[in-house]
Design a binder for this molecule. Structure first.
Ligand SMILES: [Fe+2]
Length: 453
């Protein structure tokens, strides 16, 4: 038997993965990928000379000394080192993209708020000019907290590139299809998918089908990770294999281009003479990843009562306080409701965490009206909220047969920090002035006599 011959009767797989062409499955894997054969050094990271005349460069996503189970870095083999994708910077204004701390003295953030979808603009907008900050929390300079944004994008970035030194971006599209051409490969994104763009990753955003609208969570803190499942065990919720990272793809293009950098809440740009998307091969675990929300396997009540919404956590970004997230990304999707003798929608509550929700499609069970696809709501730290009267009466009197919650996909960015509204959210975005009236008609049922009313 020669070295590569299999034992008699053994059949080798011809297709090693069920993932889509152009992507590699897994979350937090140590990936390796090369767009040209032999471009990736084997057995070492920094050879004296790299193949094809490439430059070796490390992109560090954690401190060099981070614990090994958290340590993230990627080795890139590129046409030019990143110092060539940088020159003298000048500051530019992107007035709608705000960064914490940003507390507008004229805005009241205390209150239950809900917005209709921010309408598409008449203006031509790119990923950068179309970003509209709704809330900010924490402090970018100490790398805690987050911002929530709506993006309205009509136009592709052309010879224009961007990275955020401040943050990792979690993108939740609601309308339209986008393409993220990144240093580490190409990701196409459509509604019901999400993408995570790591801090420091250079990319260009193109419109595949517009106009595009969606939500962004800008995470200033520690990276998003999968939550521990505890007693749930090794499966369900978001499974690692359903995350997809792109294979290497590069551009060798000499053309005057602009690089924009978000750094400490300020925007800077410089001119370069070529595309910075020039990574021919890479290996590592610090990389962009997309995820199809339809693969999220919800776990919930199967006899009675109601678990906390943390049961629906897709991703969690730790804050340094154990079990208390800088941000949880939580998904409310189609599922069966089967609990007996139970008020099935979310209960009334006050929460030390601040909850920003968005509707991707369909109808949310605690608010049958008014929280529409593309819309958002904010229930800030320690502000009471819960089902409106219609939801309360409906769920209190419904015959409790197994019921499929269908045609529904909403999410929550939940942070331990209070969220401050921007002037855009308070005055320009379509705020529903009458939202707090949804609890007005809840009646007092108590009259001192026992029995269920
Ligand atoms: Fe809540």
């Amino acid at each position: 038997m020669t070295k590569h011959e299999l034992p008699k009767g053994m059949i080798r797989a011809t297709d090693t993965t069920g993932t889509h062409e152009g992507y590699m499955p897994g979350f937090g894997n140590d990936f390796e990928t090369e767009a040209l054969p032999g471009a990736l050094p084997q057995g070492m990271n920094s050879p004296q000379k790299c193949n094809y005349g490439l430059y070796g460069e490390q992109l560090s996503g954690t401190a060099f000394t981070a614990p090994s189970h958290q340590n993230e870095r990627t080795w890139c083999y590129r046409i030019r080192p990143s110092v060539k994708h940088s020159s003298r910077y000048r500051k530019i204004a992107l007035p709608y993209w705000k960064t914490a701390p940003h507390v507008d003295p004229d805005v009241i953030s205390l209150g239950q708020y809900r917005w209709d979808p921010v309408p598409h603009s008449e203006d031509r907008l790119t990923w950068l000019t179309g970003m509209r900050t709704m809330t900010t929390a924490g402090d970018v300079n100490t790398q805690v907290g987050m911002a929530s944004h709506i993006y309205l994008v009509t136009d592709s970035m052309v010879d224009e590139y961007f990275y955020s030194a401040d943050s990792e971006l979690l993108v939740v599209p609601q309308e339209g299809r986008l393409r993220f051409c990144t240093e580490l490969g190409v990701i196409d994104l459509e509604p019901q998918e999400i993408v995570i763009l790591p801090r420091g990753l250079v990319y260009r955003v193109e419109v595949l089908e517009g106009p595009c609208r969606g939500f962004v969570c800008e995470n200033y803190g520690q990276k998003f990770a999968l939550p521990g499942r505890g007693p749930i065990g090794a499966n369900c919720m978001a499974n690692r294999r359903d995350f997809k990272t792109p294979v290497a793809a590069y551009e060798d293009r000499e053309t005057p281009s602009r690089m924009t950098i978000k750094w400490c809440g300020q925007f800077h740009e410089c001119e370069i003479g070529h595309s910075p998307l020039d990574v021919v091969a890479w290996h590592g675990n610090y990389c962009p990843v997309k995820y199809d929300l339809k693969t999220y396997c919800p776990v919930g009540a199967i006899l009675f009562d109601h678990p906390d919404p943390s049961i629906f956590t897709v991703l969690t970004a730790p804050s340094g306080v154990e079990g208390t997230a800088n941000i949880d990304f939580v998904l409310f999707r189609e599922r069966w409701m089967v609990a007996e003798d139970t008020f099935r929608p979310p209960w009334y509550h006050k929460n030390v965490m601040s909850e920003l929700m968005g509707n991707i499609y369909g109808q949310y069970d605690a608010k049958p009206q008014g929280f529409v696809p593309g819309g958002m709501s904010l229930h800030n730290m320690m502000l009471p909220h819960g089902p409106d009267r219609e939801a309360f009466e409906g769920a209190s009197n419904a015959e409790l047969k197994p019921h499929k919650l269908d045609n529904t996909m909403s999410f929550m960015f939940e942070t331990r920090f209070p969220q401050h509204l921007t002037a855009f959210a308070a005055t320009e975005a379509p705020l529903q002035d009458n939202y707090i009236d949804c609890w007005d008609s809840l009646e007092k049922k108590f009259d001192g006599t026992p029995g269920r009313k």
